[in-house]
Design a protein around this ligand. Structure first.
Ligand SMILES: [Fe+2]
Ligand SMILES: [Fe+2]
Length: 363
């Protein structure tokens, strides 16, 4: 963390009232979430343009890539290409869904441009390894594009939670692929696949996926902090029925999944331990079971506008969620945004300011 961020965190800490201030209105929470998304998007765009610029054509030594990889490895990469090449669908659908949020929808365009390059990169891999002929690749792409991807959930909250899990799963897939192409696979049929060019490709994409996961996780935490009850209920919905995107659109998807499992790239255990648990930890959530229990014991209390609502959160405590930790992480995000705004001078014109959320007392 930079000095500026530490300084801003200290300032936020000092400004915190020891008493519970009045509840924030929904409009104010919406404003804060939107504002933070915008600030985070600015920071993300700057990082993306400064640290993660690469070209699917020029960054990799395509002439040096191996042409004798196993059909199993190439089937895994073809499946990854299939998933990534729906980038125009993902981007248009998600941008439309987030269109009323300036920061979030602008981000979706930037995110989409990065996902599109992943598709370009796997396409190049399939061509330069000579694993697929140009004709076969065209036909495969045409078959895939005959169908389009649609949103699994039609609300921005569920979709951000879905994307947190999906980005982490994707990142993990690429990290495990990286192991194979560095010659470190523990599967006998994939031990001879070391290839520096392919390793360069897999690690480049994995870095992008880590950045995507970070953005969506920060966004999900904002919702969790300002709208805890709704977010926890949505999280249960999303995790209970999670499927990777495009699973229904890829020909022979089951065969692809078996190849991926046999190759040690992904399986149920990895999904639960390295994806779901990591995402939950990032959200300050102990376990899915714990929040389900918390929701089941939720009491209905009247809110400030007299409407009866489910309110499991009293004074920042709810079963299974560490709200002080969530608050700290949200404050850290505002500090990151504040540090960036200081750097570019925006803090003098339009600073993004953290406002603490508080909950009604249990009395
Ligand atoms: Fe991707
Ligand atoms: Fe991604």
């Amino acid at each position: 963390m930079s000095h500026v961020e530490t300084f801003i965190l200290d300032e936020i800490e000092k400004q915190k009232s020891p008493f519970a201030p009045s509840l924030l209105s929904r409009a104010e929470k919406d404003r804060l979430v939107g504002r933070a998304f915008h600030g985070l998007y600015r920071w993300y765009l700057d990082r993306s343009q400064t640290n993660r610029t690469w070209s699917p054509d020029r960054t990799f030594n395509w002439r040096d890539i191996r042409q004798d990889h196993s059909p199993e490895l190439m089937a895994i990469i073809e499946g990854m290409y299939a998933i990534e090449q729906f980038a125009p669908d993902y981007t248009s659908e998600l941008t439309r869904l987030a269109r009323t949020s300036y920061g979030r929808s602008q981000f979706q365009l930037r995110w989409g441009s990065e996902e599109a390059k992943h598709s370009d990169l796997w396409r190049n891999t399939l061509l330069f390894t000579r694993a697929r002929t140009p004709e076969r690749l065209e036909q495969y792409t045409a078959d895939l594009r005959a169908n389009s991807w649609t949103l699994p959930f039609d609300d921005p909250l569920r979709m951000i939670l879905y994307t947190v899990v999906q980005e982490r799963a994707t990142q993990l897939n690429y990290l495990n692929l990286l192991k194979i192409v560095r010659g470190k696979s523990d599967r006998p049929h994939l031990t001879g696949e070391a290839d520096p060019v392919l390793a360069h490709a897999a690690s480049t994409i994995a870095v992008d996926e880590a950045a995507h996961f970070d953005f969506f996780l920060e966004g999900a935490r904002l919702y969790l902090y300002y709208y805890p009850e709704e977010t926890l209920a949505a999280l249960v919905d999303v995790l209970r029925g999670f499927m990777m995107p495009a699973h229904a659109l890829i020909p022979d998807y089951d065969k692809f999944v078996r190849t991926v499992y046999d190759g040690g790239v992904f399986d149920r255990r990895k999904h639960s331990r390295d994806v779901v648990q990591v995402a939950l930890k990032g959200l300050g959530v102990e376990s899915l079971r714990a929040i389900e229990n918390g929701i089941a014991r939720t009491r209905r209390v009247p809110t400030e506008d007299g409407v009866e609502r489910d309110t499991a959160i009293f004074q920042g405590s709810v079963e299974g969620v560490d709200f002080p930790v969530v608050e700290k992480m949200v404050m850290r995000l505002f500090a990151r945004i504040g540090g960036y705004e200081e750097e570019i001078g925006l803090s003098e014109v339009s600073p993004t300011v953290f406002v603490r959320n508080t909950w009604p007392s249990a009395a």
